[in-house]
Design a protein around this ligand. Sequence first.
Ligand code: NAP
Length: 538
Amino acid sequence: MANAIQDFDALVIGAGFSGMYMLKSLRDKLGLKVRVYEAGDTVGGTWYWNRYPGARCDSDSYIYCFTFDKQLLQEWEWSERYPEQPEILRYLEHVAARHDLKRDIQFGTRVTGGEYDEKTNLWTVQTDKGDNVTARYVIAAVGTLSDTNLPQFKGLEEFKGKRYHTSKFPHTGVDFTGKRVAVVGTGATAVQAIPEIAQQAKHLTVFQRTANYCVPARNGKVDPDLVKTRKADYDGVVKRVRESFFGQEHYFIPKSVLEVSAEEREREFERMWDAGGFAYWLANYQDMFFDQKANDVCADFIRRKIRATVKDPKVAEKLMPKGHAYGCKRQPLDTNYYETYNKPNVLLVDAATDGGIEEITEKGIRAGGKEYEVDIIVFATGFDAMTGPLTKLNLKGRGGRTLDKEWSEGPRSYLGVSVAGFPNLFTITGPQSPSVLSNMPVSIEQHVDWITDCIDNMRKNGQTAIEATPEAQEQWVKHVNEVVGATLMVKANSWYMGANIPGKPRTFLPYLGPEGVGGYRKKCDEIAAKGYEGFNLG
Ligand code: NAP
């Protein structure tokens, strides 16, 4: 029904990397009337909220950026290999100003619900600021790691000191000088924060539930000649990362680690270790994710590095990853993480050895029957990843169905960008797309471009509704699970598997290959070329 009241052509939820580019694309390419709702006070998403000490990007800056603005690729100078959170936020502010994005973004506004009207093919969306607006399309650009997980420890409210979650860190910063601090968690966030906090705090106690395999980031200034070379070949860089497996310039060694000599693999391991970053994780031998024996060889190299770095053998033993294969939880990148445990003011409390957290007390944390008194607790306990930010939107699709119920046994989507029963809703880097397994801006730009083309196509054909068919969705879900089922990834208690959230169904949340983001991009383009195969359009 064309003449129902329609406030906007499209509503975009979130103004991080994805929401910003979605707005730019729909407004400036297609000329649509777009409104973006953003809970924060400015653009940035992840980089607006996550302001903990040491927060920086784990992907190399030359590829952790927008590529749609070629001139900006040439002009922007990143200060380091991995820029810190304030610099990324400055970059995103610059993009917002350069493309005049803010005039269509309503800040300080959280979407609280919405419903799809099957008669008009329009969404009505409500916000916590009283907005109640209609639009043809809703695009969730809510991020994948934006729904904070604060475990409900017994006694949490009793603590008399200050407590913070890394994902909602005060914008004014926190002064740890002279304080006794606890950090709960040892994931990628904690691994960045712990060395920084340890430098300031009088005493730091780290509560570890699962030891991780960390590899050195090797941050620093990038050789100006390398910067020049990359800039001269940005088209090539963009093409390569788009066609790659992980949206990075990392490629597996096309051999089994078990078939090469001990000398050869040691040389290769050292080379990757020295390169730093994701090299050891994403450019390792090709059977590392598939074969436990192959994985053990790669894991053993990291264990040896930990033993060589941590002086106290008892502490080193606590830091040995156990019970999960290397690379099957997200690889943290570290700068002086293991070295930090050599400091006299740092104590590691390991759940397996010392006892897990029993309760939060007025004065600190009780674990293994012992109370650790602290002034500040920093929870680095992660997120309800991928599905959490979407289900919390309270969107009602066809017949009033909700994502919460539809996904009660794990997410079901078509291509990770669309859900059967939720017409005209698109999910940027949603569950069952490569998303968090890739360098995010690459996957974000791919989804935004695909959604833009799809909407453009619909408008040219006079269509007002698009919806994934249940059959196409079932096939996609089956495919996603089959591919990952052949790997070791499904065995780890990772947030990729939803294992960090009590009661969350155990399902692999993103989409792993088989040809990575390059193959996935091709698949999405083929589906579009076949008239959006697997979708009903009308
Ligand atoms: P995370 O990887 O989920 O780590 C959370 C930590 O808290 C884990 O050590 C976890 O232990 C622990 N934990 C959770 N619940 C607990 C409980 N009830 N009791 C005790 N310990 C508990 O979260 P994160 O470190 O915030 O990282 C999340 C993701 O954000 C990363 O994997 C990465 O994708 C992204 N990230 C990106 C960057 C970057 O690129 N700049 C930086 C940081 C994070 P278990 O391991 O036992 O669950």
